[in-house]
Design a protein around this ligand. Sequence first.
Ligand code: OGA
Ligand code: NI
Length: 333
Amino acid sequence: MKKLRSSAASSSQGAVPERFLMRLTAASPTLVSLPVIDLSGGRDEVRRAVLHAGKELGFFQVINHGMPERTMREMEMACSDFFRLPTTDKATLYSEDSEQTNRLLSSTMYRSAASESYACHCLHLACHPVERTKPSWPEKPVRLRPALEDFIIPARSIAMELLRLLCEGIGLQPDYFEGGLTGGDVIINANRYPPCADPNLTLGLPPHCDWNLITVLLQPGYVCGLQVLYNGDWIDVDPIPGALVINFGHQLEIATNGVLRSIEHRTVPNIVVGRTTVAALIMPTMDCVVGPAKELVVEGRSARYRRVAFRDFMHIYNTVGACKESVEEALKI
Ligand code: OGA
Ligand code: NI
């Protein structure tokens, strides 16, 4: 199937409202591909590939990851159905209160100023452990709860297995990230990017690094929209049917003292079709104090970040904004 890219041509379909206007200052997207790692390969080979991608970019795609195709499609369709519900069904979920976990946002929690708006609706839900969190998930559409349950369990397992491989690769105990570092909620961000008349003038999500440890992202196999910042260029993440996108958040970069990278990414709306994505964000418990692992503070690589409780990190992140530079400045030793 032909993949739909955001067109460079402007459109006569209507102007973009002023509050959505962004200055897209970076270079135009180049077509460099992210690494695609086949998880059915030999353990040594997969470990090497994951480590290489993790050190270079902290962003890659995985195939043959074990999540059934129908689980992925059902999750995507359940979220698309959710966003198509009549406004009256969604109205009670809308909230601007960042203290409230389960909520629907009409723009994004990544914005750095109240005046900024992005062409994205986001359903934000706590999903782990399933039994405790499930009663608070939206009841409509009826397929949403079973789809989430089927998705969240393998998504978390894939992330945990990747973390074990990374630990082996960088010289940490294989279970280093088990316990508090991954013991918090798994947050689902179901993102809906409506088609946009002039995709050059606005963003779906602003440049940000995820605040958590590791993210598993389900994106449709035929619509472009996600871009990552690599060596000063925005690179399109090519959609691959059946693949999952993996990216590392701030907590993984901090815990590995910068050995593994968390890089900025953003989304651009598509001129023709909407795009629905589902990100599962694995995060530490709020009390967990995250700082560089002592095994990775060695001669020539002193500790680069302060140790802070995850709760305090979230306060910093929500205060200074999602831009990587500001968060790093606030955590610098
Ligand atoms: C996110 C995110 C990317 C996408 O939810 O943090 O970066 O393509 N999503 O929706
Ligand atoms: Ni993100």
